[in-house]
Design a protein around this ligand. Structure first.
Ligand SMILES: Cc1cc2nc3c(=O)[nH]c(=O)nc-3n(C[C@H](O)[C@H](O)[C@H](O)COP(=O)(O)OP(=O)(O)OC[C@H]3O[C@@H](n4cnc5c(N)ncnc54)[C@H](O)[C@@H]3O)c2cc1C
Length: 390
C-alpha cells in the first residue's frame, strides 16, 4: 500500500512530535513514523528533563529562551500542563574556567536571559552546602528548570493529530529512495496476525528526527549526518521524606549534576571513557567514581543511599561540536535534519519545531537564525563547539 503526504517525520520523540504539530498547524499533510510501540521511548523518555538558558553559543541561548517561553505558556495556550517548573540551574564554576564562563554569561544576559552571578558564599546560603575548594563562583538561571518530556511529546502529537497529521507507531523505516522530486520511504508495519507488511510512504519532504539513530537514517538515504550515540546513566537516590526542592546543581569541574525528583535526588555525570555506540545497560562501574566526585564537592552526598531499581540509562546523540544539525540538508533537496542535540534536545524542541516548519513552509528559518547549526558548517570549517554540555 502507498500513502501520500507532504512531509514525513521519522521519529516520535519530543523533536519529531513538535515538528509534526508545527507543520500540521501550517496546513501541511504530515505522517509521523515511529518504530517503537509508543512515542517518547527513545532518548526523550530517558532524559533528565532539564531546561536552561545557560549555554555558551548564542544560537543555543536563543533556542532555549524561545522554548522555555513555549513551555511556560503551554497551559494557557493549550490547556495542558507539560510540567515546566522553574527550579533553576546552579552552575559551580572552577577558577580555571571562570573568565570563559563569564563571557558566556555576558552573551546570555545581553539576550535577555535572567542569569545571576553569585559568589560561593551566597550560592551556599541560598542553595546547597558544598566544599568551595577550587571554585571561583557560581551562576544561577532563574527560569531554568524542568519539564515533563512524556507530557510534551504526547501533547504535541495530540495537537498534530487534531490538525490532521497521522501518527504510525510500530512503523520502522527500512528503505529510503527517490522518485523524481519525491521521497519514497518503506516502513515495516504490523500486518495480519504476528506478521508484518511493508508500506511505502511518498512525501515531498522528510524530517530526520530519529534521535541517536539519525546517522543510520541518513545512511539509508546515502547521506552523511554526523550523529553518534553515546550511553549516559541516570542515578537515583532513595526517597527522603521532607527533602527540600533542589535546583539542578552542576559542579562543572567534575561534571557531577543533581536535582531533586520528589523526595529523591536524580544525579548523573558523563563518563569520559564511554566509547561511542549503543552500549546497553546501566554503567555500574562508573557509580563509585561518580559518588566519590559528588562527595568531594558535597560531603553530605556520601550519606545518600542509591535506589538501584530507580536508575536507568539512555543515549546522547552527539555531533563533533556538540551542537544540533538543523535545517535543509545541502546534499539532498527535501531532506531536513532535526537531530544531534548532544544531550539538550528536550530544552530546544519547541524552537526547533518552529524552525523546521519555517524551513519547509517558508523556505528558511527566519524567527531564529539557525545558520550556525547547519550541516554545512563542518565542510566550511565554521563549527563552534558548545562548552556547556553536561
Ligand atoms: C541520560 C540522559 C539525560 C538527558 N538529559 C537531558 C536534559 O536534562 N535536557 C535536555 O534537553 N535533554 C536531555 N537529554 C537529551 C534528550 O533526551 C534528547 O536530546 C532528546 O530526547 C532528543 O529527542 P528526539 O526526539 O530527537 O530523539 P528520541 O527521543 O530518541 O526520538 C527518536 C525516535 O526515532 C525513532 N526512530 C529511530 N529510527 C527510526 C526508524 N528507522 N524508523 C522509525 N522510527 C525510528 C526512535 O524509536 C525514537 O523514538 C538527555 C538524554 C539522556 C540519554
Amino acid at each position: 500500500m502507498e500513502v501520500d503526504v507532504d512531509v514525513v517525520v521519522v521519529g516520535a520523540g519530543i523533536i519529531g512530535a513538535t515538528c509534526a504539530a508545527e507543520l500540521a498547524g501550517a496546513g501541511t499533510r504530515v505522517a509521523v513514523l515511529e518504530r517503537e510501540q509508543a512515542p517518547a521511548m527513545g532518548s526523550t523518555g530517558r532524559s533528565a528533563a532539564g531546561v536552561r538558558v545557560q549555554f555558551g553559543e548564542p544560537t543555543n541561548v536563543a533556542l532555549s529562551l524561545a522554548s522555555i517561553e513555549v513551555y511556560r505558556t503551554f497551559p494557557e495556550r493549550h490547556g495542558i500542563d507539560v510540567g515546566y517548573r522553574p527550579v533553576g540551574y546552579l552552575l559551580l564554576v572552577p577558577e580555571t574556567d571562570w573568565a570563559g564562563h563569564l563571557g558566556g554569561v555576558e552573551i546570555q544576559q545581553a539576550m535577555g536571559a535572567p542569569v545571576e552571578v553569585l559568589d560561593i558564599g551566597e550560592a551556599r546560603r541560598r542553595f546547597v552546602d558544598l566544599d568551595p575548594a577550587g571554585l571561583a563562583g557560581a551562576t544561577f538561571g532563574s527560569i531554568d528548570g524542568v519539564v515533563d518530556p512524556h507530557m510534551v511529546t504526547q501533547a504535541q502529537l495530540d495537537l498534530a493529530r487534531e490538525r490532521g497529521a497521522s501518527v504510525h507507531v510500530r512503523h520502522e523505516v527500512v528503505e529510503v529512495a527517490r522518485s523524481g522530486a519525491d521521497w519514497l520511504l518503506t516502513a515495516t508495519a504490523p500486518g495480519v496476525g504476528q506478521g508484518s507488511e511493508r508500506k511505502v510512504i511518498r512525501a515531498g519532504a522528510v524530517v530526520n528526527a530519529a534521535g541517536c539513530w539519525s546517522g543510520a537514517l541518513g545512511r539509508l538515504a546515502g547521506l552523511e549526518v554526523p550523529v553518534t550515540p553515546s550511553r549516559r546513566t541516570i542515578w537515583m537516590t532513595a526517597p527522603r521524606p521532607g527533602r527540600a526542592t533542589s535546583p539542578l546543581v552542576v559542579d562543572l569541574g567534575s561534571g557531577v549534576y543533581f536535582r531533586s525528583e520528589g523526595q529523591r535526588l536524580l544525579f548523573g555525570r558523563s563518563n569520559p571513557a564511554e566509547a561511542p555506540g549503543f552500549t546497553t545497560g546501566i554503567d555500574w562501574d562508573f557509580l563509585e567514581p561518580t559518588y566519590e566526585a559528588a562527595a568531594a564537592r558535597f560531603p553530605w552526598f556520601a550519606d545518600e543511599a542509591l535506589d538501584q531499581a530507580a536508575c536507568w540509562f539512555g543515549y546522547y546523540e552527539l555531533t563533533p561540536d556538540h551542537n544540533a544539525v538543523l535545517g535543509a540538508n545541502p546534499e539532498a533537496h527535501g531532506w531536513y535534519d532535526a537531530c544531534g542535540f548532544s544531550g539538550h534536545g528536550v530544552q530546544h524542541a519547541p524552537a526547533v519545531g518552529r524552525a523546521i516548519r519555517e524551513e519547509i513552509v517558508d523556505g528558511r528559518s527566519h524567527t531564529i537564525d539557525i545558520d550556525p547549526l547547519r550541516l554545512s558548517r563542518f565542510a566550511a570549517g565554521t563549527r563552534r563547539d558548545e562548552r556547556h554540555i553536561i
